[in-house]
Write a protein that binds this ligand. Structure first.
Ligand code: 5GP
Length: 191
């Protein structure tokens, strides 16, 4: 998606060779016009797949998922990062390793909101090592729901997540795929 690539070039910040900051427009301050175009594009890609639920992970996926869901006319569920050791009640649970902090945490979704009748589209801001997406996929599988695919805003294609998830047979559509980047040289190359 040219619009997103151009915006990353203009307002994104590269940290080292691994981290891309997009907090001026995507995951801290949010440019709603841009995210509206992102939602439209996800609908163009997945609109004919019978999606009836969008699933994301807190926190930065939520806003993007909500705007996207308006085009699909379906509810959004966000997997909660569980802070307590005791997992309360009737929930599906899975583990995610944080890309930014390296810590492993549980994510949960109530069984009330996901089940075998559901056709699920996953939405997230970034795809790096694939742990967040893998955690969401596990929740969908545990629920016996159908996974339609994943819509990602920014995939860092030089990290292994995209290849890993696609190798599982999951349809992954990333709107901007970063091939290489380097803070020192200013390199930012898209696939
Ligand atoms: P993964 O689980 O694929 O390794 O990482 C995905 C999650 O880590 C995303 O939900 C996102 O919040 C965060 N993340 C990964 N890489 C980056 C990055 O380069 N910049 C930002 N801002 N977040 C990232």
């Amino acid at each position: 998606m040219k619009l997103l690539e151009e915006r990353i070039r203009k307002d994104g910040t590269i940290r080292g060779t691994e981290v891309l900051k997009v907090d001026r427009f995507l995951n801290h301050q949010m440019d709603i016009k841009l995210i509206n175009e992102i939602g439209k594009e996800f609908y163009r890609l997945f609109g004919d797949c019978g999606v009836n639920k969008i699933l994301t992970i807190e926190a930065s996926g939520i806003g993007i998922a909500c705007i996207t869901a308006q085009f699909f006319g379906v509810p959004v569920i966000f997997a909660k990062k569980n802070k307590t050791k005791n997992i309360a009640g009737d929930v599906y649970t899975s583990k995610v390793e944080s890309f930014t902090h390296g810590k492993v945490y549980d994510i949960i979704v109530s069984k009330e909101f996901l089940g075998p009748q559901d056709k699920v589209l996953l939405i997230d801001d970034f795809l790096a090592n694939g742990s967040a997406l893998q955690g969401l996929i596990n929740l969908v599988r545990d629920a016996g729901a159908e996974l339609v695919g994943a819509g990602i805003c920014v995939e860092k294609a030089f990290q292994p997540g995209g290849d890993m998830i696609r190798a599982m047979g999951v349809r992954v559509e990333s709107l901007a795929r970063v091939k290489a980047m380097d803070e020192a040289t200013g390199l930012l190359e898209f696939c």
